[in-house]
Design a protein around this ligand. Structure first.
Ligand SMILES: NC(=O)c1ccc[n+]([C@@H]2O[C@H](COP(=O)([O-])OP(=O)(O)OC[C@H]3O[C@@H](n4cnc5c(N)ncnc54)[C@H](O)[C@@H]3O)[C@@H](O)[C@H]2O)c1
Length: 318
């Protein structure tokens, strides 16, 4: 059972007519209100829930896995790459230049992330899992079900974003890889956890799309189309899941300062920041906070939504 503790922190100088703290209890959620309630900090509790995050060796996936563990969930950390699994460098380079780059650094932290989560006092397992291979997904979900009793929260985060070229230089293979990993991967993961969620009459599926789903992605047609496709998949599954207690939502990050984005040249990063209303990139934890909230009981009436975390990068800036 999830418990939401909302602690109210009065903002200095905020006008208030109340002198004392007040607690209002609604269902299983506790709302603690203080004097001059102007700022709420929400810590969703996910104790007893099992979350599976794809693409969690670094970046947003890792931040979300850590945040879900922090909120009390048992977390299954999965990624194409893992410190304890050997990679065929040539094959990996053919798959993705970004994957090949990271595999050759010490920035693959699938096992390390699971260990950090275990140190929080919750259970965690890691798996090398390619979301482009439905049979890998089914095998992992079956092992998680045996070990932890099922998957309650699925975060479809794994993606490739490195087929950067104008249309005439895009190959059919580039396009097919982007769709297979970014869109079909989410479909296969959802399909694998769906029967268990239906049986429990409770489930959360969170798709990590992108603000480019709505704005387009220059020189990334496969990426842009796959991220837009995730919105259609989310809304379709949201309709189906509504009668089974399963919510399905999409999160649309703007520019978030992950290891991958930090590979952009400094002058490109400066251009990007100028283009964002808040004039800064987001932090991975700022996306993880929304994902954790969507995973909780508090978000039980939110489904089929597409929620940007973009600091206004999706607004017109001049
Ligand atoms: N960082 C941003 O600015 C930004 C903006 C919008 C959307 N997003 C989305 O957020 C997510 C994470 O972004 P990030 O910046 O952390 O990127 P990233 O490239 O650092 O992370 C992607 C992760 O997916 C894994 N992966 C790649 N192919 C896989 C496969 N076939 N199977 C399993 N795992 C695979 C990678 O190993 C990596 O850990 C992506 O879905 C991305 O599209 C990011």
């Amino acid at each position: 059972m999830a418990l939401i503790a909302v602690s109210a922190v009065p903002v200095v100088g905020a006008a208030s007519s109340r002198d004392s703290a007040e607690m209002i209890v609604m269902d299983e959620n506790i709302y603690m209100l203080d004097n001059g309630v102007s700022k709420l900090s929400i810590s969703p509790m996910l104790t007893g829930k099992v979350a599976l995050v794809t693409g969690a060796s670094r970046g947003l996936g890792r931040a979300m896995a850590l945040a879900l563990g922090q909120a009390g969930a048992d977390v299954v950390v999965t990624d194409l790459l893992s410190e304890d699994a050997p990679v065929d460098a040539e094959q990996l380079a053919r798959y993705s230049v970004l994957a090949a780059h990271f595999a050759s650094t010490d920035n693959v932290r699938t096992v390390a992330t699971a260990r950090e989560i275990q140190a929080m006092g919750v259970r965690s397992k890691w798996f090398q899992m390619d979301v482009g291979r439905p049979e890998d997904i089914r095998e992992v979900v079956s092992q998680v079900t045996e070990a932890f009793g099922g998957v309650d929260i699925l975060v479809n985060n794994a993606a490739v974003m490195d087929s950067l070229a104008l249309l005439e230089h895009q190959t059919p293979e580039d396009w097919e890889r982007d769709i297979r990993v970014n869109l079909s991967g989410a479909f296969h993961c959802a399909r694998a956890v769906w029967p268990g969620m239906k049986q429990k009459k409770w489930g959360r599926i969170i798709q990590i799309s992108s603000f480019t789903a709505e704005m387009g992605a220059f020189a990334q047609p496969g990426y842009g189309a796959s991220k837009a496709g995730l919105l259609g998949l989310s809304r379709s599954l949201a309709l189906e899941g509504a009668r089974h207690g399963i919510t399905v939502n999409a999160v649309l990050p703007g520019f978030i300062q992950t290891e991958a984005v930090s590979l952009h040249r400094p002058d490109m990063q400066a251009r990007i920041r100028k283009r964002i209303a808040m004039q800064r990139m987001g932090r991975p934890e700022e996306v993880a906070a929304l994902v954790t909230f969507l995973a909780s009981d508090a978000a039980g009436y939110i489904t089929g939504a597409a929620l940007p975390v973009a600091g206004g990068a999706d607004l017109f800036v001049f």
